[in-house]
Ligand binder design. Structure first.
Ligand code: URA
Length: 242
């Protein structure tokens, strides 16, 4: 990443604003490579200088990636004047990182959503050219059959005539109103419209994976966790099977 001013690195980590970072430095609370930093314009290697504020190492990474289990009733947006967004669910130190959701889930859809401040990564995951698999667990009105599985395989034609790419439908053997759908594109209300076109409107929808990355079952609604490098790689390079 090269060398950056230490006050900027502290600010980018989310723990302080730029002016607060300057005050922390002036009051002798900031160390890099074990040495006290005397001046805000000191240049450091953000990722490798072991920058400590009040004895705590700060995260010097330029880009950050979080998985959230989106609750129902929250918008996949950065801000909204009237309604709560996924970014509103983050604590202040993370809301300073300018994170935004990667792609969209409907307000009533729950499950895996990624928040990042890496625009290139967002593009890679959401670009229609890359066909990254997304898996949804659903409950529908009515029941599904092998004909629906075949229709998904062939590519559903939505009620407005739009043709979808081939997708995978897996019906729960014990409950034919419940199952999983794997899609490789991201049209507006895609899964709901695909299932509605088969006469089985969606009652409940939850995204459980993106590429090779699965929603951690222990993450409660509204909770989040930081992704590691391996999770970022498997998201882009693998798929889960349903
Ligand atoms: N498909 C939908 O219909 N809704 C979502 O939120 C995501 C995929």
């Amino acid at each position: 990443m090269g060398l950056l001013r230490i006050d900027k690195v502290i600010c980018d980590s989310g723990i302080a604003t730029r002016s607060e970072a300057k005050k922390l430095i002036a009051s002798g609370r900031v160390y890099a490579d074990g040495k006290k930093i005397a001046s805000a314009d000191t240049k450091v290697d953000a990722e490798n200088s072991g920058i400590c504020v009040d004895g705590q190492i700060i995260n010097g990474k330029k880009h950050r990636y979080f998985i959230m289990n989106k609750p129902e009733g929250v918008l996949s947006a950065t801000e909204d004047r009237m309604q709560k967004t996924v970014v509103d669910l983050l604590p202040p130190e993370l809301s300073r990182l300018n994170l935004f959701p990667v792609g969209r889930l409907d307000k009533d859809t729950t499950g895996l959503i990624i928040l990042t401040n890496d625009g290139d990564f967002c593009h890679e995951v959401t670009s229609p050219k890359h066909h990254i698999q997304k898996v949804y667990e659903f409950t529908v009105e009515g029941t599904l059959s092998e004909e629906d599985v075949e229709a998904f395989k062939q590519g559903i034609i939505l009620r407005d005539g739009t043709k979808c790419m081939p997708a995978v439908l897996k019906i729960d053997n014990e409950n034919k109103s419940h199952g999983f759908a794997a899609v490789f594109e991201g049209k507006y209300h895609q899964v709901k419209r695909m299932l509605a076109s088969r006469g089985t409107p969606v009652i409940k929808l939850k995204r459980i994976s993106i590429g090779g990355l699965k929603l951690n079952e222990s993450l409660k609604y509204g909770e989040y966790q930081e992704m590691d490098e391996n999770e970022i790689k498997i998201l882009v390079n693998k798929n889960v099977s349903i």
